[in-house]
Design a protein around this ligand. Structure first.
Ligand code: PLP
Length: 390
């Protein structure tokens, strides 16, 4: 694949590896293992002195097409696909950390990401510090001798808080700290943290990459050196590998991700502007709204505001539930980035795991509602919101 090809060409043709049958679509290799001509050949392949697949826990031809294609979009050198977004988050951290290390994380995180950092990592003797990641100087202030990783989501789930990727990565680089960025909300279409200095990027393929609610999947991206020396040896033996079938679905999803995310983002901005003026809404959170507190930063690091918005309805949990139950097109669910529009009540679903005080300190109140905007006609979605708000 020529480096100067445009992004659409890369998404349609990146990583293509046709079999002798010369199929048009990408081949799906549903196989756990591979067969060798001789014991000598097997020995060489397992030793790594001859190229060849060993076992689908390590790699698989279909998975490899997905990995190459995603790396082309993200801008990172290398990619390792995983079974889910959470396995990508967990293994991106665990493959690097050891007892006695310290990690600094933004506190505005998806519930399961918070659970890993707050409750799982300390079991292995890893020190943690949560900060308000929006305050760039907090990252610098909290560095210790043993700080190994900075971790953050931007935009965050569900309040769309942003982190200044470039500035935080500069602080990390100066202090020989690795940055791990959860780029799930923006997707690689709207934001490429590696170009702003980030080292490792994680994705949930379940979100925009599939974008059609079919499979779970994830990916960890970084340098070739990171993949070969740190990630691969750890993942080979611990096994969070993706099913080749799921990888095939995700690589076909990549073919349309750009047009889907761009159109969904346009729809989301229209609906955010509409809700922003509605008398029954207390506050709307969307990075590309002109009155969003981090609008300038959003404009400088994201190509659009994204496919998710959140808002606080005037009232309490009862009012939020009443509104959600009245929606006719939006599905009540917890996923996002789907072509089908989805409504979520974070307090009782995605962020249920957080203690009440912690949730409230992050601004995740009972009247908060998250919308993931799909590809339906935006006028229909607007009318659905209007009738439910009535
Ligand atoms: C910010 C963020 N990170 C990670 C994940 C986990 O992804 P998955 O559901 O594929 O495990 C999610 C899922 O909602 C998410 O929103």
């Amino acid at each position: 694949m020529k480096k100067n090809y445009g992004v659409n060409t890369k998404l349609i043709r990146g990583g293509l590896n046709r079999t002798p049958f010369r199929e048009t679509s990408e081949p799906l290799f549903l196989t756990s293992g591979f067969v060798y001509d001789s014991a000598e050949q097997a020995e060489k392949i397992f030793k790594g002195v001859k190229k060849g697949f060993q076992y689908s826990r390590y790699s698989n031809p279909t998975v490899e097409i997905f990995e190459k294609r995603l790396a082309l979009l993200d801008g990172s050198e290398a990619c390792f696909a995983t079974a889910s977004g959470m396995s990508a988050v967990f293994f991106s951290l665990m493959s690097q950390l050891k007892s006695g290390d310290h990690i600094i994380s933004s506190s505005a995180l998806f519930g399961s990401c918070k659970e890993i950092i707050k409750n799982i990592l300390p079991r292995y003797g890893i020190e943690i510090t949560f900060i308000d990641g929006k305050q760039t100087e907090e990252w610098k202030k909290n560095i210790k001798k043993n700080t190994k990783i900075f971790f953050f989501e931007t935009p965050s789930n569900p309040l769309l808080e942003l982190i200044d990727i470039k500035k935080v990565c500069q602080i990390a680089k100066k202090n020989k700290i690795t940055t791990v960025v959860d780029n799930i909300f923006a997707s690689p279409v709207l934001q490429q943290p590696v170009k702003l200095g980030a080292d490792i990027i994680v994705y949930s393929g379940t979100k925009h990459i599939d974008g059609q609610g079919r499979v779970l999947g994830g990916a960890i991206l970084g340098s070739n050196k990171f993949k070969e020396n740190i990630l691969k040896p750890y993942l080979k033996h611990t096994g969070p590998s993706i099913s080749p079938f799921n990888a095939w679905v995700l690589l076909k999803g990549l073919e349309t991700i750009k047009i889907r995310v761009e159109t969904q983002s346009k729809n989301t901005l229209i609906l955010a502007n509409f809700l922003n003026k509605h008398k029954k809404i207390e506050k709307v959170f969307y990075p590309y709204l002109k009155n969003f507190s981090q609008y300038k930063l959003a404009k400088s690091q994201q190509r659009a505001g994204g496919t998710v918005l959140s808002f606080k309805i005037k009232g309490n949990k009862k009012d939020a539930f009443k509104f959600i139950n009245k929606l006719e097109i939006f599905d009540i669910s917890n996923n996002l980035g789907d072509t089908k529009s989805i409504v979520t009540h974070p307090t009782t679903t995605t962020h249920r795991i957080l203690k009440e005080q912690e949730r409230l300190s992050l601004g995740i109140t009972d009247n908060l509602i998250r919308l993931s905007i799909g590809l339906e006609d935006v006028e229909d979605l607007k009318n659905d919101l209007i009738q439910a708000l009535k």
